[in-house]
Every structure is written in structure tokens, then in C-alpha cells.
Design a binder for this molecule. Structure first.
Ligand code: CTP
Length: 404
């Protein structure tokens, strides 16, 4: 059964984004949770103790040697259902990655029994520094959930990766880690298409795309963790798919169309994360084409493939339908317009849109997505590793219950 009132420790470290942590504490308190704030001395340079005490409705903990009789340096961590550090500076991340505990927050992290969520915030150079990159990789390896950072204006005149994730994203990450073990999706079946289709020209050549299947694999992992049964209809993928999922091979758009339509009605949620080719060569040569036959300006005639998502949305159905869109447009307004057009024309319940290009969006890289829902103008966003974004997407599709 889901526990409705969680004991949450919010660690605040010394970064300007600390002012946003007041909103995080407030959001968690308003959800009914018991929130203990641990602030470092540096954090208190950015946000005042009285503010944090008023908002959290609890005393703020700072010193390692305050109230030693309560053995607070371990008690807070031991009792917490989850510890969240927002903002997490590069220095704090380095300390946690290496097991250093120079202050009350460090001790609490070491003594905790529950999951740890961190929301890094720093300048782009610090985020991209090899030391930070390897500390983050180490933390992820150990199961720490890293939310964000997003890209955008930073303190000063610069702009880039390093902005602390928004409060909603951090709250969503807290929900998903706390409830991850609760298997709230037991009995549900989730169908996910993955990877990029390959449209054969001859036995060895094809028209393909850069989709790696990484997002689909992460979505499958989160769904399995939450107890769902998962079928992945996979085209060409470059990542390992979770072994607990049923994997159905669908190399081409025609295969994808057949398999998705066959599986959809047995599913509660259908997620079209695959990059399906819109066209395929009209004929497939039976043997490898030779230059002598092709000549110097060969032409390949294409015919249109079925739009799987549109068909899944147009027919009578009970499943929740989620589409994806990959766009190269830079203009924000056009990006939103395009996503809304796809949401409506393909009759999706939710459309997840991201920007892609030669050097972004594909593979195991940080990503940022926008999520639109049928029947509302609200735009939700999520940024971070594909694993954390996948958790927020699934949370948006089927929220984990927060009451008993
Ligand atoms: N899709 C599909 N079948 C196709 C093409 C796309 O099911 N033949 C699905 C994708 O899996 C994705 C969504 O449609 O969930 C949007 O894909 P995208 O390539 O962004 O859209 P297109 O329909 O190709 O639109 P456009 O060419 O206008 O960008």
C-alpha cells in the first residue's frame, strides 16, 4: 500500500538556485509530507533560515554538532523515506560520489536507507568538467536519481546546461523513486515501439535513421519496475533492452505496422517511441545492386508507409495512446505548434516532443522533452538523463498514487 505522508529530507547546498528550493519545500509540504530541511552554511548565504523554517514547518538543520544527544547526523537519514538535494553543487556531488561527509548533509546521505535524488545546478563549464562527468556517472551507477540540469540562462550573462531542474520535475522524480518499488502498475500491459526502422533497398542496403531505442528502453525499465508487463516492438536498436520485457522484432515499417496493430488491443498503454520511416523503396532488389546496373545517378523510387500512430489513434480503442515527435525546428512557437498538430492529427492522448539534430537527441545523452496532453493547453517539460525523463513521462501517463 502506498504511504501518503512521506518523511522527506531536502538538502540545500550553496548555489543561487537555492531560492527555487523554497518552492520545492512548499510543494512537498502542500502534498502533505513531513519535510526536514538540511542547509549547508553556504546555502544560508542564498536563502534565509526563517524562510525555510516557515515554509517547511520544521526547524532547519545546519550544524553537525547541534543537538548531538539526538544523534541527528544519522537519525535524519535513517528515518527519511527519501533524501533530495536541490540544488546540488559540483562540490556536493563530488563529496557524495566519494563518500565524503564534511557536514550534516554529507552524514545524512551516508546514513540514509531510502533513495537519493539530486538536482545539480552549476555553470556549464563545471557541469561539463570531466571530474563532474565521472562523479555523475558514478552516482547514477549506484542508483542515485539525477534530475536535470536543464539548459537556459544561468547567473550572469551566460547561458547553457547547468540550470537546476524545475520544481515540478524534482517532485515528479521524488514520486517515481519513492513509489518505484511499489509495483503500482501490476496487472497493466504496456506496449512500446523502439528504435529506427530500416527500409531495404537490396539484401545489404537500407534507408534508416539515427534512432537508438534508448528512450524506449528506459520507458520499458521504469514500467517494469512499477510492476507492468511490457512488450517492446523493436526495429533497429543500439542499446540493450530489458530482459524482463517481451521483445518482438519489427525491422521495417511494414513489420512495425503489423505488430503494433496486433498487440495494441491487448495493452493498457501504447507508446509509439520508434522512428518509423514515412517511405520505403517501391521495390527491393533480390540481389546486391551493382554500379554497372545503377549507373552514376541512380534513383530510388519511394512509396509511402502507413502511419502507425495515426491508425492506432483513429480506430476504436481503450488504450492510452502516447506519440513521440522529433523536430529540428529552432523556433519555440513553431516547435509547440508542430507538436500540437501531431497530437491532434494523430489522435494521441499525450504527445512527447523533443528537438533532435546531428549532435543531440539520439543515444544515451541527456535530453529534454515537452509534453502536451489532449484537451489542455498546459505544456509540461522534463529534462535530464533519459532514465529520469522516462520516469517523468510514465508518471505523466499514469501518475503513481500518493494516497492510501
Ligand atoms: N509514426 C508512425 N508511423 C509513421 C511515421 C511516424 O507511427 N509512418 C509515429 C512515430 O512513431 C511518432 C509520431 O508518429 O510517435 C511522430 O513521428 P514524426 O516522424 O515526428 O512525425 P511524422 O508523422 O513523420 O510528421 P512529419 O513528417 O510532418 O514531421
Amino acid at each position: 500500500m502506498t504511504k501518503s505522508r512521506l518523511k522527506i529530507v531536502v538538502g540545500i547546498t550553496g548555489g543561487i538556485a537555492a531560492y527555487k528550493s523554497v518552492g520545492l519545500v512548499r510543494a512537498l509540504v502542500l502534498e502533505g509530507h513531513d519535510v526536514d530541511v538540511i542547509a549547508t552554511d553556504a546555502a544560508l548565504q542564498f536563502v534565509g533560515r526563517p524562510t525555510l523554517e516557515a515554509i517547511s514547518r520544521n526547524p532547519v538543520h545546519v550544524g553537525l554538532y547541534d543537538d548531538v544527544a539526538e544523534v541527528r547526523h544519522v537519525a535524519l537519514g535513517q528515518q527519511a523515506d527519501v533524501v533530495v538535494i536541490a540544488p546540488a553543487t559540483a562540490n556536493t556531488l563530488a563529496n557524495i560520489a566519494h563518500g565524503n561527509a564534511p557536514d550534516l548533509l554529507g552524514n545524512t546521505v551516508l546514513a540514509r536507507r531510502g533513495p537519493l535524488v539530486v538536482a545539480p545546478a552549476m555553470h556549464t563549464e563545471m557541469w561539463e568538467n570531466p571530474a563532474t562527468v565521472s562523479n555523475i556517472a558514478l552516482l547514477r551507477e549506484r542508483g542515485v536519481v539525477v534530475v536535470g540540469p536543464g539548459s537556459g540562462p544561468l547567473t550572469g550573462d551566460d547561458s547553457g546546461a547547468g540550470r537546476m531542474a524545475e520544481v515540478d520535475e524534482i517532485v515528479a522524480a521524488v514520486h517515481s523513486v519513492v513509489h518505484a518499488e511499489e509495483r503500482d502498475l501490476a496487472g497493466k500491459h504496456i506496449l512500446i515501439s523502439a528504435g529506427g526502422t530500416r527500409e531495404p533497398i537490396d539484401p545489404v542496403r537500407f534507408i534508416g535513421n539515427s534512432s537508438s531505442g534508448a528512450m524506449a528502453a528506459e520507458l520499458a525499465r521504469v514500467a517494469l519496475k512499477r510492476g507492468a508487463s511490457v512488450t517492446i516492438v523493436a526495429s533497429h536498436v543500439e542499446v540493450e533492452l530489458p530482459s524482463a520485457a517481451t521483445v518482438v522484432s519489427a525491422p521495417t515499417a511494414v513489420d512495425m505496422h503489423r505488430e503494433m496493430l496486433a498487440w495494441a488491443d491487448k495493452s493498457d498503454v501504447v507508446i509509439m517511441a520508434a522512428a518509423v520511416a514515412d517511405y520505403r523503396p517501391s521495390t527491393v532488389a533480390p540481389s546486391k545492386l551493382k554500379k554497372a546496373v545503377w549507373g552514376s545517378t541512380p534513383r530510388i523510387e519511394l512509396v509511402q508507409n502507413a502511419d502507425v500512430l495515426r491508425e492506432l489513434g483513429s480506430r476504436q480503442h481503450d488504450y492510452t495512446l502516447v506519440g513521440f515527435a522529433a523536430e529540428t525546428v529552432e523556433d519555440d512557437a513553431e516547435f509547440v505548434r508542430e507538436a500540437r498538430r501531431k497530437l491532434e492529427s494523430k489522435h494521441c492522448d499525450i504527445l512527447v516532443s523533443n528537438r533532435v539534430g546531428a549532435d543531440r537527441g539520439f543515444g544515451d545523452v541527456a535530453t529534454s522533452v515537452m509534453l502536451l496532453r489532449k484537451g489542455t493547453d498546459i505544456i509540461e517539460t522534463s529534462a535530464g538523463s533519459k532514465a529520469s525523463v522516462a520516469a517523468s513521462i510514465l508518471q505523466a501517463i499514469i501518475p503513481v498514487p500518493t494516497s492510501p
